[in-house]
Ligand binder design. Structure first.
Ligand code: SF4
Length: 314
């Protein structure tokens, strides 16, 4: 747990970072750009869950594939989903494959989403009801995943066959997974800023969100002392979130995009570069930066450069 004094020092360096980070430009090459295509919240949540579910590996590979998928759903992914019939759509979806996943996984996901929408009116309403019923984001998300997997498999399997990697597509947080892509989806839906669209504003409070933990966020969080844990688990994501809640209890996840992009863009490289650390605005709060001792050079460089290099999330 961060002390009050340490939390105040971190907040003093991270808040300007978040405020000055060039988020809008980075959104263009991020899976959330697929959500920004739509104005209607009903379409945003459908596009969001599809985009987040396949947002792993090379962004240059999955982004065009997801773009093609959404193009095929016409102007309203929600209306397309409501009318989704696995038998009728099989020829149109058979092209789809991405790494571990084939058309059968996609069809099961679509059919499961369709079932959830039928049950509650929207994905957001279903999640809000589950959260109110369980009092826990983790349990609500686990129920959400279980429902989509179960109903999606039942509806799509007779046409598309057994999905091969549905458990990878929708990771169950009850089993310890950090469920990074599902939490990314929740961040997009619940928060609103230049990146996150706020589709579910009012359904779930921002304070219950947990950071979508990836390798970049994990590394930078350890350097900044937000966690000491080494495993990329739900518990580690919760611990980082609890540390960030000391900086902003109502919206701890607001730091996620910037901290992740620091690592991903190479502004804070995985292979230590003393030249960068010596000039980094976070240096005084960073384990690696402090280890360099009293040498100083161009303080504030990282802050000034925060919008400078392009990257894409995960
Ligand atoms: S001081 Fe170095 S390691 Fe620490 S955040 Fe800055 S660039 Fe990264």
């Amino acid at each position: 747990m961060l002390s009050e004094a340490r939390a105040a020092r971190l907040k003093a360096v991270l808040d300007p970072f978040v405020d000055r980070f060039d988020m809008q430009r980075r959104v263009l090459n991020d899976p959330v750009s697929l959500v920004h295509r739509y104005r209607d919240p009903a379409d945003q949540e459908i596009a969001g869950l599809l985009a987040a579910s396949f947002a792993y590996g090379q962004v240059s590979v999955f982004l065009p594939r997801l773009g093609r998928l959404l193009d095929g759903m016409g102007p309203s992914p929600r209306r397309w989903l409501e009318a989704f019939d696995p038998a009728r759509e099989m020829p149109a979806l058979s092209w789809f494959s991405y790494r571990f996943h084939r058309a059968a996984d996609l069809a099961a996901l679509l059919a499961g989403m369709q079932a959830v929408v039928e049950e509650a009116g929207s994905l957001g309403a279903w999640m809000a009801r589950a959260w109110q019923g369980t009092g826990s984001l983790r349990l609500a998300l686990a129920d959400f995943v279980a429902r989509i997997r179960e109903e999606g498999r039942a509806r799509a399997k007779p046409v598309f066959g057994e999905p091969a990697a549905l458990t990878h597509l929708l990771a169950d947080p009850r089993r310890g997974s950090a469920s990074k892509r599902l939490l990314l989806f929740l961040r997009w839906m619940v928060r609103r800023d230049a990146v996150d669209v706020g589709t579910w504003e009012g359904l779930l409070p921002r304070r219950v969100l947990v950071v979508p933990l990836d390798t970049h966020l994990h590394r930078v969080s350890r350097l900044l002392g937000l966690t000491r844990r080494c495993d990329a688990s739900w518990r580690t994501a919760e611990e980082i979130t609890a540390s960030l809640a000391r900086l902003d209890p109502e919206d701890p996840v607001r730091y996620d995009f910037v901290l992740c992009h620091l690592g991903m863009s190479g502004l804070c490289p995985a292979r230590r570069e003393p030249r960068r650390c010596l000039a980094c605005a976070l240096r005084a709060e960073c384990r690696a930066g402090r280890a360099l001792g009293g040498r100083r050079r161009g303080e504030g460089w990282l802050l000034r450069s925060a919008g400078g290099r392009d990257a894409a999330r995960r």
